[in-house]
Design a protein around this ligand. Structure first.
Ligand SMILES: N[C@@H](CCC(=O)N[C@@H](CS)C(=O)NCC(=O)O)C(=O)O
Length: 219
């Protein structure tokens, strides 16, 4: 059995991004298997019938199919920056706070970004709905640079990849919105060494070959 946990990942997937950031910061070295979603490996589908990424298999064979569970798995082992213990609030409060972003906001984000995939859907309507969440985010960031205080925590990392995706649909429009605090917060995360390192490219994993050690410099 491999000594490392195995992470099935896809570089551009926002769920995989947040899982990789947690694995990196917690220094949980994994064998990263980069997946192409059109050609999911049989090994991934055998582990997870829903066939989404990220998926993590720990050395005991336990399978984690939800990105938030992978973040918690990593951070419960090692949490050097206190992502699970923000300055203000408890872990339960963080998880409750993330919930509407993963569901309601994501619902509107998908219909804004991929309106052509849904019948009778107007992208701009869903952009407007999603924007109400951005307004709240901007208000929350008035008093502190991160969502639950002066340092980054699970909530910031869990939602930033989705705000990035939302911003990139129409960057000119996004930058013209009155979201100064959100812009500063997003830039500080996306320009961080943590984010840029976790966005490095890995070759597509081929069955029967070793994956790439991740984080590479810490292995
Ligand atoms: N709830 C899951 C969602 C993961 C998810 O939907 N990932 C997308 C990629 S961003 C995926 O794998 N989709 C399957 C596909 O496109 O075939 C999680 O948090 O990990």
């Amino acid at each position: 059995m491999t000594p490392y946990p195995i992470l099935y990942s896809f570089r551009r997937c926002p769920y995989a991004m947040r899982a990789r950031m947690a694995l990196w910061i917690s220094n949980q070295v994994c064998e990263l298997r980069e997946v192409v979603l059109r050609q999911k490996p049989a090994e991934l589908l055998a582990l997870s019938a829903k066939g989404t990424v990220p998926v993590l298999v720990d050395p005991k064979g336990q399978v984690y199919q939800e990105s938030l569970d992978i973040m918690l798995w990593a951070l419960e082992r090692h949490d050097p920056q206190g992502w699970l213990q923000p300055e203000a609030g408890t872990l339960a409060a963080l998880l409750a706070w993330i919930e509407p972003w993963d569901h309601q906001f994501k619902f509107h984000l998908d219909r804004y970004k991929y309106a052509y995939r849904y019948e009778g859907v107007e992208a701009v309507t869903h952009r407007g709905e999603a924007s109400t969440y951005l307004d709240q985010l901007n208000s929350q960031l008035q008093d502190s640079p991160y969502l639950f205080g002066n340092r980054i925590c699970l909530a910031d990392v869990a939602i930033a990849p989705f705000i990035r995706q939302f911003s990139q649909v129409d960057l000119t429009w996004f930058n013209s919105q009155p979201w100064l605090q959100v812009n500063a917060w997003l830039a500080s995360i996306l320009e961080s060494t943590l984010f840029t390192q976790t966005m490095e490219k890995y070759p597509q994993w081929k069955s029967g070959t070793p994956g790439s050690l991740f984080p590479p410099s810490k292995a």
